[in-house]
Design a protein around this ligand. Structure first.
Ligand SMILES: Nc1nc2c(c(=O)[nH]1)N[C@H]1C(S)=C(S)[C@@H](COP(=O)(O)O)O[C@H]1N2
Ligand SMILES: [Mo]
Length: 251
């Protein structure tokens, strides 16, 4: 090896080392910025929003929410049972509840609150559905419900901004029963604000004057007697999720 060759080799080594060091520094910076970006995401359910959203999408796919048509199977009215089971009366036992004065409270994004009467709701086209209502306890019944689609209700009340949020929260007027629902399920076209069962007004113990019917979910999410509705990017409290049931409860 000549002297000249040796010098060149040392130069090359130096260049290579500097290059490797620069790559190392750039790598550290990139890792730092990615970490910082994730950290600044809104914390939600112990994980970050980005990760949470992909979980939700996975859950929705697993649950069959996005089958070929994205719809739950429906049946003719003749197949619906006449004697519909009553299950759960949490939030329905308040003796001071006045069904005549009832209005649904809807909390909008800017803090404005709407008070919606059953007549306002009945102005919208009536949508009916017969489907297999499934309770997490293991029973199911083919039942017939009537009401307005949540999607129509959103249009009527200009709630387009509100439904950009990740979740909806519904609770009974006395706040003793409450559910949180992911927005894709809420705006799914079969989700109803329901005021009829078997072609007649809802019985008291089935949620008169208005309940949720959300065919993509198990019974626990079909809150009877809606008092308040609000929207949120963080998970609203959920009565049965607090007691160990799956928050999503899709099927
Ligand atoms: N307000 C209220 N809604 C409720 C419940 C309840 O206890 N209180 N129980 C839920 C459960 S577990 C089921 S299976 C369905 C049953 O609806 P049904 O009584 O009309 O059959 O209502 C759901 N909605
Ligand atoms: Mo249930």
């Amino acid at each position: 090896m000549t002297m000249k060759e040796k010098v060149l080799t040392e130069k090359q080594i130096l260049t290579k080392s500097l290059f490797a060091f620069a790559v190392f520094i750039i790598g550290i910076c990139a890792a730092y910025f990615i970490w910082k970006g994730l950290r600044s995401q809104e914390k939600e359910a112990g994980t970050t929003k980005i990760l949470r959203k992909s979980y939700l999408a996975n859950e929705a796919i697993f649950s069959g929410l996005f089958n070929e048509k994205g719809l739950v199977k429906t049946y003719p009215v003749a197949e619906a049972v006449k004697a519909v089971r009553v299950n759960g009366n949490l939030g329905l036992t308040d003796a001071s509840f006045d069904p005549v004065a009832w209005k649904m409270k809807v909390v909008k994004a800017g803090g404005d609150t709407l008070f919606i009467s059953i007549d306002d709701i009945k102005k919208l086209p009536k949508t009916e559905i017969v489907f297999d209502f499934k309770c997490i306890e293991g029973w199911s019944q083919r039942t017939w419900w009537g009401g307005v689609t949540f999607a129509d209700f959103v249009k009527q009340n200009r709630l387009e901004n509100e439904v950009q949020k990740t979740y909806a929260s519904l609770s009974t007027p006395d706040k003793k029963y409450y559910v949180g629902i992911d927005m894709p399920s809420m705006i799914q076209p079969q989700t109803l604000l329901c005021y009829e069962m078997n072609g007649k007004p809802l019985p008291m113990n089935q949620g008169y004057p208005l309940r949720l019917i959300i065919p993509v979910k198990y019974g626990i999410k079909h809150l009877k007697r809606i008092g308040t509705l609000y929207f949120s990017d963080t998970r609203p409290p959920d009565y049965w999720a607090e007691r160990g049931y799956d928050y999503y409860s899709g099927h």
